[in-house]
Ligand binder design. Structure first.
Ligand code: SAH
Length: 385
């Protein structure tokens, strides 16, 4: 696995509330969700237990979505007590739960053992249950219209912290006789900036002896870290990628996405073509339509020319409002004109229905007021020049 594909070192920052911790000092104990089955087996052996216990615990974690050791009733009471002293199970402490007015979207704010705060969103549809998960506390990419980008970067999430967001909602859904059907890695953070943990989480979520979600049911969204996209293409995985493009000229993209100063659109598109060649998979491009900014016919024409003939699809998302950015969503008419221009180039597109806007659970809105208040120390940001 390659290291983080950015040559800039980025500092991890702690929120001021970190001393209190989120799960009663649990941060010092190993989190069972961070272990592979082999690691869990080693851990169980170290506790002097037979190895089949690891398999039992694994099933409690990934098939029954247990939230406490006491639920693991096929383990002896004394083993459960030993586990309580030597490991943690639930490192995500729910602090705030918000339901959208239509009740279809639920957003949870979780506190991690070191005080970091992250958000996860469940979107219920008629036939799908999609969880939008975070891969970092904060984000270093600094996209101007994104609330997480505005807060800066605190730290990478561990594999267990990424996976536990999924099992948390799997548990809630199973209590309602529902099943998780899809995952989007579109919450807080840049998944490919936390490459190794994101990929390990993907493997965990798709493992047949656990959650067993189809690899194609997950989408990784990236701001466009060019070396990481190439690396991901080489891995030939089935999990699709979505690329946050948002502008089709370097001048416009550079204003919205500072990363474009490091990798220009031509570099990004070369990596995208490489991905399609390597995997034969269709790419999705995301485009937040900002009124009067990137929703012009010039941008639509440039985008059409850029993507013409490519195996791809464009998701158009009228901008969701965020505190640190003045722009607004495009009008219906401008969205229609934009889409019509794309179709002249044979480029297919969908206008995404915005979800959970009344609870700030839409794309780019993840930074709860509670987070803003807790993080008085600004997160770090990469200076892309
Ligand atoms: N770091 C990843 C995932 C972030 S969020 C990425 O950049 O792709 C998922 C999507 O929401 C991205 O396409 C992101 O650009 C978009 N987004 C961010 N802020 C938004 C906003 N205010 N309105 C609409 N979409 C937004």
């Amino acid at each position: 696995m390659q290291p983080i594909p950015l040559d800039t070192k980025i500092e991890q920052r702690q929120p001021p509330s970190s001393a209190e911790g989120g799960a009663g000092g649990a941060g010092t104990l190993p989190n069972l969700y961070d272990f592979t089955l082999e690691e869990l087996t080693d851990f169980i052996k170290q506790l002097g237990q037979p190895t089949y216990r690891a398999k039992q615990i694994w099933e409690w974690l990934y098939i029954n979505f247990a939230q406490s050791f006491d639920e693991m009733t096929n383990l002896s009471k004394s083993l459960r007590e030993t586990l309580k002293r030597s490991a943690t199970l639930s490192t995500l402490t729910p602090v705030v739960t918000q339901h959208s007015s239509d009740e279809q979207t639920v957003k949870k704010l979780f506190q991690l053992p070191d005080g970091q705060l992250i958000e996860t969103v469940l979107m219920g549809y008629e036939k799908r249950q999609t969880v939008c998960i975070s891969t970092q506390a904060g984000c270093a990419m600094n996209c101007v219209f994104c609330a997480t980008g505005q807060m800066g970067f605190y730290r990478n999430l561990t594999v267990g912290e990424i996976v536990a967001q999924v099992t948390h909602f799997c548990r809630e859904l199973s209590d309602e006789d529902k099943r998780l059907t899809n995952i989007v890695m579109m919450g807080m953070g840049e998944p490919l900036h936390n490459y190794a943990n994101t990929i390990a989480a993907l493997d965990r979520i798709t493992a047949e002896n656990g959650i067993n979600l189809g690899a194609r049911k997950i989408t990784i969204s990236t701001v466009g870290l060019v070396p990481a996209i190439r690396n991901y293409a080489d891995e030939q995985r089935q999990t699709p990628l979505a690329i946050s493009l948002h502008a089709a000229t370097d001048e416009e993209r550079g204003k919205l996405l500072p990363i474009n100063r490091r990798w220009k659109i031509a570099d990004l598109m070369a990596a995208c073509h490489y991905y399609i060649e390597q995997t034969g998979r269709r790419l999705t491009f995301e485009w937040a339509l900002i009124n009067g900014e990137n929703d012009t016919i010039e941008q639509a024409t440039a985008l059409g020319a850029l993507l013409e003939g490519m195996l791809c699809h464009v998701n158009l998302i009228p901008l969701n409002p965020t505190g640190g950015f003045d722009g607004g969503p495009s009008s219906r008419e401008r969205v229609d004109d934009f889409q019509a221009t794309l179709s002249e180039y044979g480029v297919s597109s969908t206008v995404r229905v915005r979800r959970g806007i009344d609870i700030q659970a839409g794309c780019g809105q993840l930074r709860d007021r509670a987070i803003a208040e807790a993080y008085q120390v600004k997160g770090s940001k990469i200076d892309f020049g």
